[in-house]
Every structure is written in C-alpha cells, then in structure tokens.
Design a protein around this ligand. Structure first.
Ligand code: FCB
Length: 454
C-alpha cells in the first residue's frame, strides 16, 4: 500500500478534532526499557528472577539490557519531544528505590529526578506509574503481593517517591493493570513470580487494590495539586453465542476481567455474582478494606488492546469460561483482535456506568513483525491501527465521554515480558544489538498528526 492509498483508506483525522488541552503521549515501563539492572544500587526484581527460569521467556531473554534507557534516556526523551507529544508516561522501578535497611536508595531517587527534569525541559508532562510489575525479589520472599505486609511496604515506597518528586510530577498512576499482576503472576503463571494458584491470585488482586486505596491520599499529601488514578486493562466481552450458557459465561468473565475492579473502585464492593462463583477462592477482606479501595480518584487510566469472545466451558477454569477464537477477524502479529469500536464502547461504559471524572487512554498499541528495509520501517498496519483507534476516541468524545488524553504504547520496541524481544510494539524501532533507534512510519504519522495541529 502506498502512503496515498493508505491515507485514502483511513478516516480523516486532525489534532484539532480533539480539545486543545488534550494530553498526547507515549507510554513505557521501567523493566521493559531501562536495562542496567545491576547499576545504581538497584536490587533484584521478581522479573530478573523469573527471566532466569528456563522456559519462562519465549526467547530466553531478560530485561538486563533492554533498550539501555537507563543511560540513553536523554536521546529517548528527545524522540518523544520530536514526536510533538506533550506528555510522557513512564514507570518507577521499585527495586531502584528499595533497600534492605528500609531507607530509600538515594541513587534511585536521583535517577528519576534527572529523568523527570529531562521531561520538563522538553515540554513533556511526566505521568508516573508507581507499580508496573517489578516487585523487589526480597519482598517476594516475604510473600509478595499475597502478603498484607507488602501493602505497607508499597505505601512506604510511594511515600518516599512522592516526597521527592511530588513538587514536579503532578500525575500519578498507582498501579498498572492489577488484573495482570494478579492473574498472569499468580494464576496462569505466565508472568513473574510465575505462581499458579487461583485463590492466591484473588488475594493478590485485593491487596493490590488496597494498596492503591492507601496510596492515593499519600500522593495528594506529598504532591500538592497532583492528580491520582489507576490504569486498568479492560476488555469488551462478547458471548460466543446467544445460548443462555454462553451469555452467562460472558457475564462471569466480564465480572472478573472488568467489574471486579470497576465496582470495587467505584465503592460498590466486589460483584456479588463473581463472589458467589468464586466460592472458597474468594479473598479475605478485612473491615474497612472496601472503603479504602473506594477512595475517589481524579482519573481512570484505560489500557485498551482487544475484545474477548467467551463460551461456557465446564471444568476449563474456576469460573467455567473459555476465551474462544472469533473467526475471520483482523488480528495483530500477537493474535490480538483489532477492534477500534471496542475503545469507544469501553469509554462510554466508564462514563455511563461508572461516572468516572476523567479518562486517559494510558496504553493502546499494536505488535507487528517489523523489518527495516532500506533504512525505513513501513509499518502500514500499525499506522492503520493507530489512526482507527484515534478515530474511535474521537467518536467517544463526540458522545460526551470525559476522555482527556491518549498515550500510545509504546515509544520504543522493548522487552515484552514473557514474549521477550519477539514482539515489537514501538513507534520507534530498536535494533537491540546496536541500540540504534529508528522512527517507524507509524511514528512519523503520529508526529505529522501532532505537529500539523499545533
Ligand atoms: C500491557 C502492559 C504493557 C505492554 C503492553 C503490550 O498489558 O501494560 O507493559 O506489555 O501490554
């Protein structure tokens, strides 16, 4: 497809279709890009340990080097600035801050202070995620997120970070995708710490949400005027058929995927139908926990990738559901279904069913098998994905949803968790052997879109 054909096939879109104050950004996370896992006093994380487990990572790799962002961050922030973005979402590595003595590691705090200052001089508003899956291994050895004490270790960490950076970081995300922390980490075992125990996964879910609830007031106290929220991975759920069983299975799946988090955060407690289906696997909840979790937030972060089609499957999972492969749908190289309308649907749902005050799309992006040919990456499919999802966002705005920003996943190709370096999501291509960065055509499209409208 030539650039002209591509333009003709896509919805016409201009930056001026969106409010002037809209946040336009890219999103990254510490373990996926930083590398330098043994520098600056950083301690071992559960991901360092997990990656060393044979068979855990598709290509046997780890984040030990990743994008060398720990050293190359000035160049990477230059890239974000050249794109014309006005915000940048990154995460803070708890293992860079944690020490056995309980006092925060000054080298870790210094690093993030330099990074944040680097954003500010480039006109990039810092959006800091406090937990994007890299728990210090030492805390895992004390029970990790399945132990209530970890909640307090987390708030001590949040306190240290927000005291140091709260004068300049005004947007804080307590957790990235608690569903993944809990379920991939402790149910299917695909992510660190690689545990397979459904009951434990639900307890983890509860403690992660509890730690969110305790962190929000701390953030507000230490960072005057700051906004605090959480980033959830939400999925539109479809039933595989109109049969009563499949429809009920879809509802149960939506219950744990989406409503479990949304209802609890909105002060409605955990959904009764899911609790009933969980039976003995339901988490232990202490008096006051649900009120803590329901602390009002300033914004909801939405990470949107794909919808899911669900069938009833007795015995297949504790909730007796299974994700089925919908036939004849467009998919990315990862196999994730491409459905821009799902983004509009989720934004409307957050607005209508949960009345969230503001929504930011904190992640959205696609993975394709990119190749550098004659010094360029012609990633037409990714450009199409981006444009169509931005059009879906514009539709949601037109329907009155309070969406105020969009962060593309990701600025750079990076370490994609259990998939290692086999999945490229970046707007910028990274040659992991030479660490050379090359803006892909999709990145050029984003840049031209953002710059033309300024
Ligand atoms: C999300 C994660 C992010 C990245 C994308 C592709 O679930 O938050 O770190 O791996 O998927």
């Amino acid at each position: 497809m030539t650039p002209n054909d591509l333009a003709a096939a896509l919805p016409a879109l201009q930056r001026s279709d969106f409010p002037a104050a809209f946040r336009w950004g890219t999103s990254t996370s510490s373990y996926q890009i930083e590398g330098a896992t043994r520098e600056g006093g950083r301690v071992e994380s559960i991901w360092d340990r997990f990656c060393a487990t044979p068979g855990a990572i598709r290509d046997g790799s780890s984040g030990a080097n990743a994008c060398h962002h720990y050293h190359r961050w000035p160049q990477d922030l230059d890239l974000a600035q050249e794109l014309g973005t006005n915000a940048y979402r990154f995460s803070i590595a708890w293992p860079r801050i944690w020490t056995a003595a309980g006092t925060p590691n000054p080298q870790g705090l210094d690093f993030y202070e330099r990074l944040v200052d680097g954003m500010l001089v480039r006109g990039l508003e810092p959006w800091a995620t406090l937990y994007h899956w890299d728990l210090p291994q030492a805390l895992q050895e004390q029970g990790g997120w399945a132990a209530r004490d970890t909640v307090h270790a987390y708030t001590a960490y949040v306190d240290a970070v927000t005291r140091r950076l709260g004068d300049r970081v005004k947007h804080w995300i307590t957790h990235n995708e608690p569903w993944c922390t809990a379920m991939h980490g402790h149910w299917d075992g695909m992510h660190a710490p690689g545990i397979r125990d459904f009951g434990m996964a639900l307890q983890v879910c509860h403690y992660v949400l509890l730690s969110h609830g305790l962190a929000v007031p701390l953030i507000r106290a230490n960072a005057p005027g700051a906004q605090a929220g959480i980033a959830l991975s939400l999925h539109p759920v479809r039933a595989a058929s109109m049969s009563e069983d499949d429809v009920a299975a879809g509802h149960r799946h939506d219950g744990l995927r989406n409503r479990w988090f949304l209802d609890a955060l909105a002060g409605r407690g955990y959904p009764a139908d899911v609790l009933a289906a969980l039976g003995a696997s339901a988490p232990r909840i202490e008096p006051g926990d649900l009120a803590t979790i329901a602390v009002p937030i300033d914004f909801m972060g939405l990470n949107y990738y794909f919808p899911e089609t669900i069938a009833h499957a007795p015995g297949r999972s504790p909730l007796q559901t299974v994700v089925v492969t919908a036939p004849d749908v467009e998919r990315t190289a990862f196999g994730w279904e491409v459905e821009p309308a799902g983004l509009t649907e989720l934004l409307l749902r957050l607005h209508r069913e949960y009345q969230v005050p503001a929504i930011y799309v904190t992640e959205n992006g696609s993975c394709y098998d990119d190749e550098v040919i004659d010094g360029a990456v012609h990633d037409t499919a990714r450009t199409r994905y981006l444009v169509r999802h931005l059009a879906a966002l514009r539709d949601a705005l037109g329907l009155g949803t309070p969406v105020q920003g969009y962060f593309a996943w990701s600025l750079l190709d990076n370490f994609e968790w259990a998939e290692g370096y086999t999945r490229r999501f970046g707007l910028t291509h990274v040659d992991f052997a030479t660490q050379q960065r090359l803006l892909k055509r999709s990145g050029q499209w984003y840049r031209d879109f953002l710059r033309a409208g300024r």
